[in-house]
Design a protein around this ligand. Structure first.
Ligand code: IPE
Ligand code: IPE
Ligand code: MG
Length: 243
């Protein structure tokens, strides 16, 4: 039986240019079903496919996903190994389709910290998709906001940037997100109300949405509802209300 997509009307809605997602709750999704955590991570990746398709459908131009944090290395070795296995498989099996779909992949984080063969796959994927323009997909992998800020600072010192020349724009140009607009909307699934070291510079004025669903259950319709909620927000950036 083919499942028809429910028609969703975007008329009159303000679609965010850049959506960032903290894909949380895979473990709890699995636990609820009596499955191992790895099954939750696999379901999370399957869901990512649906959400990427929905971003293209809704006209979102940039999607940033938090896939693995600098702190996640502290999880049990078997879980970390399982996650790396999933990332390898995604790069092997999904890359062609992502490329055909016009997805341009970016990596946020430190590549050096991961296995050389995985680094190689990531570099290949970035090179292959670099001219695509339909959707920019930033994958935060071995990423931490604090590490990113330290990394940027080290690079600026190495370049001999003078304190007199230091501006917010210059600083931003040293971050992994260089050249991209800040996220308009940050979504965290699984109901948690924290930032967990994600885009702590870039999300200074992002709208925040905590979705109750675990990540594997946050699909096209939930993303649509997030856009509806975003459309109703008034972003003031420290200024006064327009009304
Ligand atoms: C998010 O799901 C995926 C990663 C952090 C890699 P979790 O693994 O954090 O799932 P919960 O929060 O334990 O349910
Ligand atoms: C944030 O989720 C990291 C990713 C989604 C990759 P965590 O599950 O690691 O965050 P905490 O530990 O609940 O803050
Ligand atoms: Mg979690």
């Amino acid at each position: 039986m083919s499942r028809q997509k429910k028609p969703l009307d975007l008329t009159g809605l303000r679609v965010p240019v850049h959506v960032a997602i903290i894909m949380d709750g895979n473990g709890r999704w699995a636990k609820k079903r009596g499955l191992p955590r790895q099954a939750g991570h696999r379901a999370g990746v399957e869901n990512l496919r649906r959400v990427i398709d929905a971003c293209v459908e809704f006209g979102i131009k940039i999607l940033t996903i938090y896939a693995f944090s600098t702190e996640n290395w502290g999880r049990p070795e078997s879980e970390v190994r399982g996650l790396m296995r999933i990332f390898r498989r995604v790069l092997d099996q999904e890359l062609e389709e992502l490329n055909a779909q016009g997805v341009c992949l970016h990596h946020l984080g430190d590549l050096e910290g991961i296995d050389p063969d995985l680094q190689e796959k990531v570099r290949y994927a970035l090179e292959l998709t670099k001219d695509n323009v339909r959707l920019i997909l930033n994958v935060a992998f071995n990423y931490g906001g604090r590490a990113e800020i330290l990394h940027a600072t080290e690079q600026m010192l190495a370049d001999g940037v003078s304190p007199a020349d230091l501006t917010e724009d210059l600083f931003s140009s040293y971050l992994f997100t260089r050249g991209l607009p800040d996220p308009d909307l940050v979504i965290r699934t699984s109901g948690e109300l924290r930032v967990s070291n994600f885009l702590i510079w870039q999300a200074a004025y992002a709208e925040f949405l905590a979705a109750p669903e675990y990540w594997p259950d946050f699909g096209r319709e939930e993303l649509y509802e997030a856009i509806v909620a975003y459309s109703q927000r008034e972003r003031r950036f420290g200024l006064l209300s327009e009304s």
